[in-house]
Design a protein around this ligand. Structure first.
Ligand SMILES: *Cc1c(COP(=O)(O)O)cnc(C)c1O
Length: 452
C-alpha cells in the first residue's frame, strides 16, 4: 500500500508513508481508531521515553500531557521503577496464582490494604481496568446470591459513567460512542442523573447540584433496591465523558443511600486512584469507603497491565465455605503477575518517600497561575481543575476537532488528545515548572492558530 497526494487527491494533507508506517498499518489494528484515518494522519513511531517526554525515531520529543492514556504517574523509564522490575526479572517473572503465592503479590496486597479507605483488605487481581469492573460486578452479584437475596441481579451507574469496554463493563458504561453499536449485546442498566457540575442550573452551586443528583439516586434505589446489587460510580471525575467533575457531597450521600437500601457501592478509581484528584484516593474527599474499590492504570505507574479489586471482610467471609461452588470462581491467567506487582510496589515507595501529594499541590497551583491566559481565553469555557487533572471545553465548529487538535499538538511537541471538544491535561506528576510552561504556552498557541 502506498499513499501519496496523487493517489488520494481528495485529501490534501496526505503524507507519504515510510516503509515502517506501512508495515505498522498492515499488521496492527489500533485501539479507538478508524484505521482509514491513518491514510491522512501518520502514526507517531516512538522509540524511547524519559520523564514526561516521548521521543520519535527522528529524536523529536513529545511532552506526554495525558500520561499515555492516564496511566503514567512518575515518568517514562523511571529509574526506581525500572530497577525494581529488573531486580524481580532475575528472581521470578510470573507464576500462576492458583495454588501458588509470592512475596510481591503479598506485599502489594498488604500495602494496598493499609493505604485504602475503610477495611478494604482482600485483593483480587486482574490485568486491566475492564476486568476489574467485571470482577466487582460478579462479586457483588454472587455475594447477594450467597446472602439469600437472589433477586439482586441489577446494577446502577451514573449517566456519562465509563467503566471499560468488555460486555459487562460496557453495560454499566454510558458513553454513546462506545456503547451504541453494541447495545444489543448488553444487559440493561439504569444510569441515574450525573452530578457533573457542568449540567447545573445557572448559578447553582456544585454542591447543591450534587445533592440534587443524589436525591435522584435515592428516588431510584428506594423503588428498586430489592433487585439492585450495586451502584458503580467514577468518584469525583467522569473521565471518558470529558472529565466531568463533581462535588464530594455526592459520594457522601451515595454511601448513605447505598447503606440505607442494602446496595453495594463500587468505586471505580481506575483513572482517579493514586493521587489524581489530590488525595491518594478520591473517596477520601468524602470520607467514605466503598464495598469494592477498582484500581488499575496508575497502579503499576503505567508500566505493566495490572488491576485489582479490593473488598471488605464482610464480602470475603460470605464466600468462605467448605463448598467450592461458594468460592469466587473467576480467573485471569496473569493474575498477580510478579513483575507488575514489583512495579506497583516501587510506585508506592515513591509516594512514601517523595511527599508526592504535597508537591503536586504546589505544581497544580503553579499550573493554575500559568494558565490564566488559557482559562480566560475567549474560546475556552468551564476551565476546571481537580488535583492533577485539568480540563476545558473549546468553542469550535471545526470538524474532526479532536484529531486536528492532536495533530497541531504534535507540531508543538505536545501529546494532547481531546475528548470531543474537551481538552484536558493529565501529566505525569514529575512534570517540572518549565515543562508546565511549555504545555500551557503550546496549548494557547494551538488555540490561537487552529483554523476555525
Ligand atoms: C480506563 C478506565 C477503565 C477501563 O480500564 P482498561 O484498562 O482500559 O480496561 C475503567 N474505568 C475507568 C474509570 C477508566 O478510566
Amino acid at each position: 500500500m502506498s499513499i501519496t497526494n496523487q493517489a488520494n487527491p481528495a485529501k490534501p494533507n496526505v503524507t507519504a508513508t515510510s516503509p515502517f508506517q506501512q508495515r505498522s498499518l498492515q499488521s496492527v489494528w489500533h485501539p479507538c481508531t478508524q484505521m482509514k484515518l491513518h491514510e491522512t494522519y501518520p502514526l507517531v513511531p516512538i522509540v524511547r521515553g524519559e520523564g514526561v517526554w516521548l521521543y520519535d525515531a527522528d529524536g523529536n520529543g513529545y511532552l506526554d500531557a495525558i500520561g499515555s492514556w492516564w496511566v503514567n504517574l512518575f515518568g517514562h523509564t523511571n529509574p526506581a521503577i525500572n530497577a525494581a522490575i529488573k531486580d524481580q526479572l532475575d528472581k521470578i517473572e510470573h507464576v500462576m496464582l492458583a495454588g501458588f503465592t509470592h512475596e510481591p503479590v503479598v506485599a502489594l496486597s498488604e500495602r494496598l490494604a493499609s493505604i485504602t479507605p475503610g477495611d478494604l483488605g482482600h485483593c483480587f487481581y486482574a490485568s486491566d481496568g475492564a476486568s476489574a469492573t467485571e470482577i466487582a460486578l460478579k462479586m457483588s452479584f454472587h455475594y447477594w446470591q450467597l446472602a439469600g437475596k437472589p433477586n439482586k441481579t441489577q446494577f446502577v451507574s451514573l449517566q456519562n459513567d465509563y467503566h471499560g469496554e468488555t460486555l459487562g463493563a460496557l453495560s454499566v458504561t454510558d458513553v454513546g460512542i462506545f456503547k451504541k453499536t453494541y447495545s444489543p449485546l448488553l444487559r440493561p442498566c439504569t444510569h441515574v442523573m450525573t452530578p457533573d457540575w457542568r449540567y447545573a442550573n445557572h448559578g447553582e452551586s456544585a454542591e447543591h447540584y450534587a445533592l440534587r443528583a443524589a436525591a435522584a439516586l435515592e428516588e431510584h434505589l428506594s423503588r428498586y433496591h430489592d433487585e439492585t446489587a450495586a451502584l458503580i460510580i467514577e468518584p469525583l471525575i467522569q473521565g471518558a465523558m470529558g472529565m466531568g467533575m463533581y462535588h464530594p457531597a455526592y459520594l457522601k450521600r451515595a454511601r448513605e443511600i447505598c447503606d440505607r437500601y442494602q446496595v453495594h457501592l463500587i468505586a471505580d478509581e481506575i483513572a482517579v486512584g493514586f493521587g489524581r484528584t489530590g488525595t491518594l484516593f478520591a473517596c477520601e474527599q468524602a470520607d467514605i469507603a466503598p464495598d469494592f474499590l477498582c484500581l488499575a492504570k496508575g497502579l503499576s505507574g503505567g508500566y505493566l497491565p495490572l488491576s485489582v479489586v479490593l473488598t471488605t471482610d464482610t464480602v470475603y467471609q460470605r464466600f468462605y465455605d467448605d463448598k467450592s461452588a461458594h468460592a469466587f470462581l473467576h480467573s485471569h491467567t496473569h493474575t498477580g503477575n510478579a513483575l507488575a506487582c514489583r512495579a506497583a510496589l516501587a510506585v508506592l515507595d515513591i509516594f512514601e518517600q517523595d511527599n508526592v501529594l504535597e508537591t503536586n499541590k504546589i505544581k497544580a497551583e503553579y499550573l493554575n497561575q500559568a494558565a490564566a491566559a488559557l482559562s480566560s481565553h475567549p474560546k475556552v469555557s468551564n476551565f476546571r481543575n481537580c488535583g492533577m487533572i485539568w480540563a476545558f471545553e473549546v468553542d469550535t465548529d471545526l470538524e474532526q476537532f479532536s484529531q486536528k487538535f492532536f495533530q497541531a499538538g504534535l507540531t508543538q511537541r505536545l501529546l494532547l488528545r481531546p475528548l470531543g471538544k474537551t481538552v484536558y491535561f493529565m501529566p505525569p506528576y514529575i512534570i517540572t515548572e518549565e515543562e508546565i510552561d511549555l504545555l500551557v504556552n503550546g496549548t494557547l498557541h494551538i488555540l490561537n492558530t487552529l483554523e476555525q
